[in-house]
Structures are given as structure tokens and as C-alpha cells.
Design a protein around this ligand. Structure first.
Ligand SMILES: [Zn+2]
Ligand SMILES: [Zn+2]
Ligand SMILES: [Zn+2]
Length: 350
């Protein structure tokens, strides 16, 4: 979460909700917020919050689906308003065709509307500022919920808090609507209350590892990925007195899963670099993470030349005995660089 966003919601928490979102009302008018797409967006978010509040496992799963759908509908409403004709920009596939008057118009192909990825691309090309990471985080929690039984609202509370942060900015900035006016007061109240709970829990989690001695990258990966099982950001180390990163035992406060540092770090590193690794493999580039020659985990990070599980550093690999170049990861355990090993091999064979 970006620091700037906290201020807006914090205003809501202190009871000054309305003054937090001063808007040029003349810009939106009634017709804009009267459109069915906008009403459906608000409706889906409200149903999501009500389901969340009810809290039974079945309704929790439904809550996160509705929340995600509602936020995507808000984005589609923005695209609808930007459409040069009708609602053309909300359709996934668009092609130019000749209209009846002989002018070029756009026509939707197929029934699919834009998904998170399409919305991100269109917003970027229209230079619309919005926090795509929040949308991605919410979608990730929704996907995790599809594959797991959700017993407790704690597992998806962070998605609702991210949703609140997202719409608190997006609605006034992009749609000219104050969320306090658009949402039912009870629904708004639930969201603000959950944010208070979540903020307090996150602070408690953070304080459990504030004295840990670890590379800054490891800290940011652990916080960014959250729980490897349920994606909740409420992760903490169990022994708050412990200061050694490799001895830490990590636990998720939302779903309760726990494991020792080695396993936890291997999972979050793999998750953190998943899309980068995928692209690297596709393009034939070097993977951002590799197997560590010392501990064997796939936790050697190329950008810092260090393993995040055992602390092995590439400089420990030494230098080539002939040219003095620092040895690469693949040369570990050798005393020559790959080029000079090749030269020696060739000489031996002639
Ligand atoms: Zn969890
Ligand atoms: Zn290692
Ligand atoms: Zn060499």
C-alpha cells in the first residue's frame, strides 16, 4: 500500500469522511452515475461487503468474487465514458469496419469484455493513473479462494481493505463520484471498520520481525507476497525474540499455515519471481533465480548475486586461476572460468 493513500482513508476513519473527497460536482452530474454499468458496479461491491459481513464459508467465497467483479465494473465504467462510440472500449476484441455512411467505425468481435490485463493496458495507453497492483492483489486472493475452502473472514479481509483503498481514489479521481455518497452507509462503515482491524493486525505482524537481521530484498519479498498459501499479508515470525532470518519460523495469522524459514522463503521467492521467470524462459533469457550451489534451494537471486535462504554469495565462488575474472554461479566448485575450462579441454583433446 502506498503511503499517500492512507491519508484519504484515514480522513474517513476520523469521521471527516465527506471532507476527504471534495469534488467538482458539476463534472459528473446525475446521468453519469445513473448508468446501469455504474449501478451494477456499486451493487456488486455492496453485495460483496454484505456477504463478507455475514461471514459463513459459502458467503465469504461469494464475497470476494463480488468485490472483484464490482471493482472491474468500476474500471469498465471509466472505459465506457471514454468510448468514442457507445461502450466500445469495454469489449475485449475490437476491429475497425466501414459504417453505413462510409466512415470507419469500431465493432466488437465476440462476447468477451475486458479483463484485468486488458484494463491495465488500456488505462496505461490512456495515461490513467490507478493502482494496478491493488487490483492484481485482489484478483490473486480471489484466485486463491477458488482453490481453497475459506473458513474465516481474516483470509479475505485484506482484499476488502485493498478494495477500499482502490475505490477511495479511483471513484473520485476517475469517475467524479464520492464513494461515501455512492455506497450505502452501512457498507462504508463495514469497510472502514475492517481497515482499522487490518491495520492493527498488520502492525502486530510487522513488529514480530522488526529486529530480524536480513537482506532488505528478503523483507520486501516476504511482505509483498504475503502468505504462500492464502496471499494474506498477515504474516509474522513466531518467536519475536529471534533475530536470525535463517532460524525464523513463519506463520500466517489468517489461515494459520506455518513453516521454517527455508521452506517459507523458497515458496515466496518462487511466487515473487513467477512472472519474470516465465518471461525469461519464454524469451530464452537468464532466469532471475537459480539453484543455490550451497543449499540447493532455487533461491539464488541473480540481481543481488546472493542466496536468500543460506546467504551464499557469488563472490564466495572465487576467481579464475588463469585470467582472474570472478567465477560465475555455473563455475562454482571449479577453479577456472567457463572459457578457460573450454580452452584447457580443447588442448587436452589435441
Ligand atoms: Zn495464509
Ligand atoms: Zn543457498
Ligand atoms: Zn579465465
Amino acid at each position: 500500500m502506498r503511503e499517500g493513500e492512507r491519508v484519504e482513508v484515514a480522513n474517513g476513519l476520523s469521521g471527516e469522511k465527506r471532507s476527504a473527497f471534495k469534488l467538482p460536482r458539476c463534472l459528473n452530474g446525475f446521468q453519469m452515475t445513473d448508468h446501469q454499468l455504474f449501478k451494477n458496479a456499486v451493487g456488486a461491491i455492496q453485495v460483496g461487503v454484505e456477504d463478507f459481513n455475514e461471514g459463513s464459508p459459502y458467503r465469504l467465497a461469494s464475497a470476494i468474487r463480488s468485490l472483484t467483479a464490482g471493482l472491474l465494473l468500476l474500471c469498465k465504467e471509466k472505459l465506457r465514458r471514454l468510448s468514442p462510440q457507445g461502450d466500445i472500449l469495454i469489449w475485449k476484441n475490437i476491429k475497425p469496419v466501414l459504417g453505413e455512411d462510409g466512415n470507419v467505425v469500431f465493432k466488437a468481435v465476440g462476447q468477451a469484455t475486458v479483463d484485468v490485463q486488458d484494463i491495465t493496458e488500456r488505462f496505461k495507453s490512456f495515461e490513467i493513473e490507478c493502482d494496478f497492483d491493488l487490483l492484481k492483489k485482489i484478483a490473486k486472493i480471489r484466485n486463491a479462494v477458488e482453490h481453497h475452502y475459506v473458513e474465516d473472514g481474516a483470509q479475505i479481509r485484506s482484499a476488502f481493505v485493498s478494495g477500499l483503498t482502490f475505490l477511495s481514489r479511483f471513484m473520485p479521481e476517475q469517475l467524479g463520484v464520492d464513494p461515501v455518497d455512492a455506497l450505502d452507509p452501512d457498507v462504508w462503515g463495514v469497510l472502514v471498520k475492517q481497515k482499522e482491524i487490518e491495520d492493527a493486525l498488520r502492525q502486530e505482524c510487522r513488529s514480530s520481525y522488526e529486529n530480524l537481521d536480513w537482506p532488505p530484498l528478503l523483507k520486501s519479498i516476504i511482505e509483498n507476497v504475503g502468505c504462500p498459501e492464502c496471499s494474506s499479508p498477515l504474516v509474522k515470525q513466531m518467536d519475536v525474540e529471534n533475530t536470525s532470518a535463517s532460524n525464523a519460523v513463519w506463520q500466517c495469522s489468517a489461515c494459520g499455515c506455518k513453516s521454517k524459514a527455508e521452506d517459507w522463503v523458497a515458496k515466496v521467492v518462487s511466487e515473487h519471481y513467477a512472472s519474470e521467470s516465465f518471461l525469461a524462459a519464454k524469451d530464452g533469457d537468464r532466469s532471475p533465480i537459480e539453484d543455490c550451489p550451497d543449499c540447493g534451494n532455487e533461491t539464488f537471486i541473480n540481481e543481488i548475486s546472493e542466496c536468500l535462504v543460506c546467504g551464499f554469495e557469488l563472490k564466495d565462488a572465487g576467481e579464475c586461476a588463469i585470467c582472474g575474472e570472478p567465477l560465475e554461479l555455473e563455475d562454482y566448485g571449479e577453479n577456472l572460468c567457463s572459457y578457460h575450462r573450454y580452452v584447457m579441454e580443447k588442448e587436452r583433446n589435441t
